[in-house]
Design a protein around this ligand. Structure first.
Ligand SMILES: Nc1nc2c(ncn2[C@@H]2O[C@H](COP(=O)(O)OP(=O)(O)OP(=O)(O)O)[C@@H](O)[C@H]2O)c(=O)[nH]1
Ligand SMILES: [Mg+2]
Length: 599
């Protein structure tokens, strides 16, 4: 029920319970233990900031373009780096990430009309969900990358899939961003996947901006939602806007810093903020109770935490915006906030040293491969996050894993499936590099230095399946296709050493559906799956490489190699795994492999 429609007495009761959450002594990230060790390979170095750290932030001042007066950088390179904002949108499935992405792009001026994410199954036009299977099922399967300009900034936006079966893709994406937008369905609050993804962000110290979405529908009490964020995530909240009315009576949002309101317009136009005139609002909509709203706003100002720039950047506090992505509401406030106080590119840790984003030499790592984005030209794109320096089209880079040079002749900025040649790109940018299989996930590119960025691991699969081919004449094609799908990270492929047919490993069953559909659509292959005799796969290693080979010889029919040729032991069940491990002293069995540790 909307608080604004309740009696003043109800508001007072609320004030009592709210005081719990707003007092300084309430749950703070600090008390529950701030971030332990950083995500493997991540720097905790704080990037120098441009903003004067407005405290509390005045929304009007939040999005002023860069000017010499408030710029620390002096070189053109540093100025370009400081302009970059690279962020992911994360949440539980269906909270509205893709819808929000569409609307953010609209403000970015990149598309004129956002393709609406309508009812499931009827979404043919969103930019971000471009794959056939995504459009058919109405879910995001892969991360979509979009680069656009807005208000003097260059945004690299990554729309991630919410479903847990695609979590590897999402985790990889989170290695490439400097901040995240956490979308919450106003009727549902913090859901399981949101919580998990938040934990991953916290491991990497990624600052989070919260967008409470679907305010146009019946929603939970905003105070309750803030309280839930604080309690379940141990994250302080600072509302930046506040909803006026809920559900069908959602009238707009109140800007806490300026005291102005932005009203919902029927035609989806952006309405400029205006002074709050409660009697006029209530006259237009009799369901709105002016007195109750006024009391609620007073309570918000009095009891809610104020935005603190440093606490946000350190990951202890999240600014919260309310809105409706579908109605295009509250989205501009969110974008302005990102432009203003989301961090510029952070430093990144490599195996040898920490690389600062302002360093002159270009460095980058590949966090995602996507094949066949353009069905007419079987292309293969490696998505790289630039970590330092400037990438120039045509330049030669060193691929550290192979120590071979690679010419970056056609780097591209992506806009979901659309693209444009990138003549130059800077630290923070995500560029697509077309290649024919040379680049792999985790690869480091430099201008000569022998370093490898550290990062996201590969997880041992939860499900193993043998691939059954309808037409045995197509075995060679299947081998190529599986190699491609494994390089993309759609599935993991394990090739048994004894020559038995390849096995695929996945974290969740939807990945198998995606593999089947994509092999049919993109390669004309009709496949099925069989339950193999094995259910577990573990990477094996030992300081003494000879010992691994001895182990492999002794367990030949249970050993396979993965995409990189690394040895994997497969077991029927946990008992066999434990039994074998006990009898192989010195051999390490792991269920995690760091794909970026090579090179
Ligand atoms: N009423 C209402 N519906 C919304 C809003 N935002 C999104 N939706 C609907 O919610 C459904 C899911 O939206 P998506 O944007 O696909 O959600 P998602 O988070 O990208 O989902 P996954 O990528 O599959 O995790 C769609 O039917 C949208 O039309 C909103 O602000 N109000
Ligand atoms: Mg989506």
């Amino acid at each position: 029920m909307a608080l604004a429609r309740k009696s003043p007495a109800a508001a007072v009761t609320r004030m009592v319970s709210l005081s719990n959450y707003s007092r300084k002594g309430s749950i703070t990230a600090g008390r529950l233990g701030r971030l332990p060790a950083a995500w493997p390979g991540e720097a905790r170095t704080r990037v120098p900031t441009l903003e004067p750290a407005a405290l509390p932030c005045h929304m009007r001042r939040m999005h002023k373009p860069l000017s010499a007066a408030d710029s620390i950088p002096v070189t053109p390179l540093a100025a370009e780096v400081e302009r970059r904002r690279t962020f992911a949108i994360i949440s539980h499935p269906d909270a509205g990430k893709t819808t929000l992405t569409e609307k953010l792009l609209l403000f970015g001026g990149a598309i004129n009309l956002a393709g609406q994410v309508k009812a499931k199954r009827d979404r043919r036009s969103t930019r971000s969900d471009w794959m056939a299977i995504e459009r058919e099922r109405g879910i995001s399967v892969v991360t979509s990358v979009m680069t656009f300009d807005y208000d003097g900034r260059v945004f690299n936006l990554l729309d991630t899939p919410g479903h847990e079966d695609f979590s590897e893709d999402t985790y990889r994406t989170l290695t490439a961003v400097d901040s995240a937008v956490m979308v919450i369905d106003a009727a549902k609050g913090i859901e399981a996947r949101t919580r998990k993804l938040f934990e991953v962000c916290r491991l990497r110290d990624i600052p989070i901006v919260t967008f409470v979405n679907k305010m146009d529908r019946d929603s939970r009490d905003p105070f309750e939602l803030l309280d839930e964020i604080e309690k379940t995530l141990a994250l302080d909240t600072a509302p930046m806007t506040w909803p006026i009315g809920r559900g069908r009576d959602f009238a707009g949002t109140y800007d806490i810093a300026t005291g102005e309101v932005r009203l919902v317009s029927e035609d989806g136009r952006t309405v400029e903020p205006q002074p709050l005139d409660l009697p006029a609002l209530a006259a237009k909509n009799p369901m709105l109770d002016a007195a109750a709203i006024s009391e609620e706003l007073a309570l918000v100002k009095d009891a809610c935490r104020r935005f603190e720039f440093n606490a946000f950047r350190e990951g202890h506090l999240t600014p919260v915006f309310f809105g409706s992505a579908l109605k295009n509401f509250g989205v501009k406030d969110l974008l302005d906030a990102l432009a203003s106080f989301a961090p510029a590119p952070r430093a990144q840790v490599s195996d040898k040293r920490t690389i600062d984003a302002h360093e002159g030499a270009m460095t980058a790592f590949v966090f995602k491969i996507q094949a066949n984005m353009d069905p007419n030209h079987r292309d293969r794109i490696a998505f790289a996050r630039l970590c330092s320096g400037k990438l120039r089209r045509g330049m030669k880079a060193k691929l550290v894993r192979t120590e071979k040079p690679i010419t970056l002749s056609a780097p591209q900025f992506f806009f979901a499936q659309d693209r444009a040649l990138a003549d130059e790109a800077y630290a923070g940018d995500v560029v697509g590099i077309p290649n024919h299989g040379v680049l792999r996930i985790g690869d480091t590119l430099t201008e000569g230095e022998h370093i490898a960025f550290l990062g996201v691991p590969n997880f041992a699969p939860e499900i193993l399946r043998r691939v059954k081919l309808g037409d045995p004449m197509k075995a060679k094609k299947l081998k190529e296709a599986l190699q491609q799908m494994a390089e993309e990270g759609v599935v993991q492929v394990f090739r048994p050493l004894d020559g038995a047919p390849a096995m695929v490993g996945v974290v969740g069953p939807l990945q198998l559906d995606v593999l089947k559909v994509r092999l049919a659509d993109e390669y004309g292959l009709d496949i099925g799956f069989e339950q193999p005799e094995f259910s577990l796969a573990r990477w094996i290693s030992c300081a003494d490489a000879k010992k691994v080979e001895e182990f492999v010889l002794a367990n030949y029919s249970s050993c396979a190699e993965d995409l990189d040729g690394d040895r994997v032991f497969m077991a029927r069940n946990q008992f066999i795994l434990d039994y074998t491990a006990e009898r192989a002293p010195g051999i390490v069995f792991t269920d995690i492999k760091d794909v970026k540790k090579k090179g």
